[in-house]
Design a protein around this ligand. Structure first.
Ligand SMILES: [Zn+2]
Length: 175
């Protein structure tokens, strides 16, 4: 178990499609999951935010994600979308790999995600709102995508300070 460095935008490893995991219970995959948790909690302790981490963000090209959202700890291995809502929302996001800027992107409001858990059992998640967006953001990383790729309005991009200023003034809703 170890805290691993998180990659920064521009690193080509962030742009590769990650490979499916064959054996969730292998020692290598269990060690990867432990590293993802350690790295996520270390990041959160140092920065005060961070709710999910995908393996490509620590440079490992495998389809694994950990999520810590409202006291729920989820492991998503080989996740796939089973359903998306037609309804979308346009909400600000940031990313561990380039945390200095924020931008609003369209995401389906509700998704159904099927994934294996840390024991290799298939689970189905019906997620809405922030959790749905978090899952979509992380699954994008498995496909070599970041939120900038989905940005329809470059003029909406903010620095963190400007994002906070507009939030304080009620010009943008809390993400
Ligand atoms: Zn990200």
């Amino acid at each position: 178990m170890a805290v691993r460095p998180t990659l920064q935008l521009g690193n080509p490893l962030l742009r590769q499609a990650a490979q499916p995991i064959d054996d969730v219970r292998s020692a290598e995959v269990q060690a990867l999951l432990a590293d993802l948790w350690d790295t996520l909690y270390d990041f959160r302790q140092r920065h005060g935010w961070g709710r999910a981490l995908s393996a490509p963000v620590i440079g490992v090209p495998l389809r694994a994600i950990v999520v810590d959202f409202q006291e729920q700890q989820l492991v998503l291995i080989n996740p796939r979308f089973e359903r998306w809502s037609r309804e979308q929302e346009f909400v600000y996001e940031s990313c561990i790999t380039f945390s200095a800027i924020w931008g609003a992107v369209y995401r389906p409001t509700r998704v159904t995600v099927v994934a294996l858990d840390a024991d290799g059992l298939e689970r189905r998640y019906e997620a809405a709102g922030p959790l749905a967006r978090l899952m979509q953001h992380e699954i994008d990383h498995l496909d070599g995508l970041v939120w900038l790729d989905r940005e329809p309005d470059l003029a909406s991009i903010c620095t963190t300070d400007e994002y906070r200023r507009q939030q304080d003034q009620g010009q943008i809703d809390q993400a």
